[in-house]
Structure formats: structure tokens, C-alpha cells
Design a protein around this ligand. Structure first.
Ligand code: AMP
Length: 215
């Protein structure tokens, strides 16, 4: 089993990059944010536990996250390749992931660190809109749908994530700096960090990442 990690602040483009890598590689996209939103929507116990944290832009407890990751990994065959998006987000999660990987004889091969200035993150998050039906992501200025408020893919209604309100965004940026940014050092020490300039359009960012894969 092999894994890569997409690391970057909220709005860095992890989800968008993951979607395009999914089409060009055999990596399975595992987004803890998407998993938690699905759990919330279905009203499962995990969703109920995660709700208040997500609404406040705080991190869901590590034990909950590690449990859903462990279950997700167990669903796939031994040779599967995972692309983690939005996970790990704390040192405890990184250590938990290492323990899970050890059990599955898995390794992390790359940690792609998406570099985007804070002003860009803010601008991206405040303008982000998501399709209620399929989860496709748009931006009111950078990537508008053909018809305002309507998904190009399936005609679904576009909405603004509850945690994309300005106040919650500021908290999420702070949470990233305090709790997630220390992971950069952790993975730097292991020689895994690949710096990617992600302050550009999604296609160019994808090309940079694919170049790393192709050596
Ligand atoms: P995201 O879609 O990655 O921006 O995640 C949305 C929200 O889900 C975050 O603000 C957290 O509340 C929660 N979340 C997602 N992934 C994690 C994680 N690995 N650890 C803790 N909380 C998470």
C-alpha cells in the first residue's frame, strides 16, 4: 500500500487537485472533510459527533478521524494507493496514520505542500460554491458556472458551505497555522515534502504534481 498526502491551508486547492489527479492516476481520493460532510448529511453517529466542531471551523477529535480513516483503508485491497486530502491535520493524526500504515505494510511516498498566500486563500474561500447534488466546486469569479447558482454537470443547486462564512474562515486559517502547519517540519525531517506553487490555475498545479511523479 502506498499513500500521498495533499497538505495546505483551507482553500489551497487540495480537493480540486485531488479530483484531477484521480482522473490521471490510480490513486483513491480520501477526503476526511467529504467523509464528515456525508456523515453529517446521513445523520450517522460520526456526523453527530463532528457537527459542532465543523460548524465552528475547529478540528474534529483525532480519535474520530483515525477511526474513519482506518475503516476506509480496510475497505481496499492491499495494493491500493491512497491520496489523502485534508488528512492528517495534527501531529497525533500523522502518528496515527504511521501506525495504521505499518499494520498494512504501507508507506507515504510524497507530501505535496500546496503553497498559496493568505489573501488568495481568503478570496478563494469566500467565493467558493458547491453543488448540493454532486459536490462539484465552483468560484463566483475564478470559476463561475455557466448559469448562476446552477451546476454545469448535473443542474444541481449551488450552495455556500456553512463553514465558508468569513468568521469561520478566519478561524480555520488560524487552526491551520497552529495545529496543521507543524506537520511541515514533521514530514520535512522525513524527506517527504514536495513544495508546489499552487497560486495559479488548477491545471498548472496538476502538471507540477504529475512532473514530480514522473521524476
Ligand atoms: P475540509 O473539507 O477539509 O475543509 O474540512 C471541513 C471541516 O471538517 C474542517 O474544518 C474540520 O472541522 C473537519 N475536518 C476535516 N478533516 C479533518 C481532520 N483530518 N481532522 C479534524 N477535523 C477535520
Amino acid at each position: 500500500m502506498e499513500a500521498i498526502i495533499l497538505l495546505g491551508g483551507p482553500g489551497a486547492g487540495k480537493g480540486t487537485l485531488a479530483e484531477s489527479l484521480k482522473q490521471k492516476t490510480d490513486y483513491l481520493h480520501v477526503s476526511t472533510g467529504d467523509m464528515l460532510r456525508a456523515a453529517l448529511k446521513s445523520g450517522s453517529p460520526v456526523g453527530l459527533e463532528a457537527k459542532s466542531y465543523m460548524e465552528a471551523g475547529e478540528l474534529v477529535p483525532d480519535s474520530v478521524i483515525l477511526r474513519i480513516i482506518e475503516e476506509r483503508i480496510a475497505q481496499e485491497p492491499a495494493g491500493a494507493r491512497f491520496m489523502f486530502d485534508g488528512f492528517p491535520r495534527t501531529l497525533e493524526q500523522a502518528e496515527g496514520l504511521e501506525a495504521i500504515l505499518e499494520k498494512h505494510s504501507g508507506t507515504i511516498t510524497h507530501v505535496f505542500k500546496l503553497d498559496v498566500p493568505r489573501e488568495t486563500l481568503l478570496q478563494r474561500l469566500t467565493g467558493r460554491r458547491v453543488c448540493k447534488a454532486c459536490g462539484a466546486v465552483y468560484h463566483v469569479i475564478n470559476m463561475p458556472p455557466q448559469k448562476e447558482g446552477v451546476c454545469d454537470v448535473d443542474g444541481g443547486e449551488l450552495y455556500q458551505r456553512a463553514d465558508d462564512s468569513e468568521e469561520t474562515i478566519l478561524n480555520r486559517l488560524e487552526v491551520y497555522e497552529k495545529q496543521t502547519a507543524p506537520l511541515i517540519d514533521h514530514y520535512q525531517q522525513r524527506g517527504l515534502i514536495r513544495d508546489i506553487d499552487a497560486d495559479q490555475d488548477a491545471e498548472k498545479t496538476t502538471t507540477l504534481v504529475l512532473d514530480v511523479f514522473n521524476g
